[in-house]
Write a protein that binds this ligand. Structure first.
Ligand code: ZN
Length: 43
């Protein structure tokens, strides 16, 4: 049994946060800019 752990992404432009359970989301639904995993955002 495998638990899919939701990943939290944050938009580099508008800072919108979104939790997704797959790695396919990389575009912000709000402004269309790039979203990155919060664990990789260092600022
Ligand atoms: Zn955005």
């Amino acid at each position: 049994m495998e638990l899919a752990e939701p990943l939290e992404y944050v938009c580099v432009q508008c800072r919108r946060h979104e939790a997704v359970d797959d790695a396919l989301v990389s575009t912000c639904r709000q402004c269309g800019d790039e979203m990155r995993n919060v664990d990789l955002v260092t600022d």
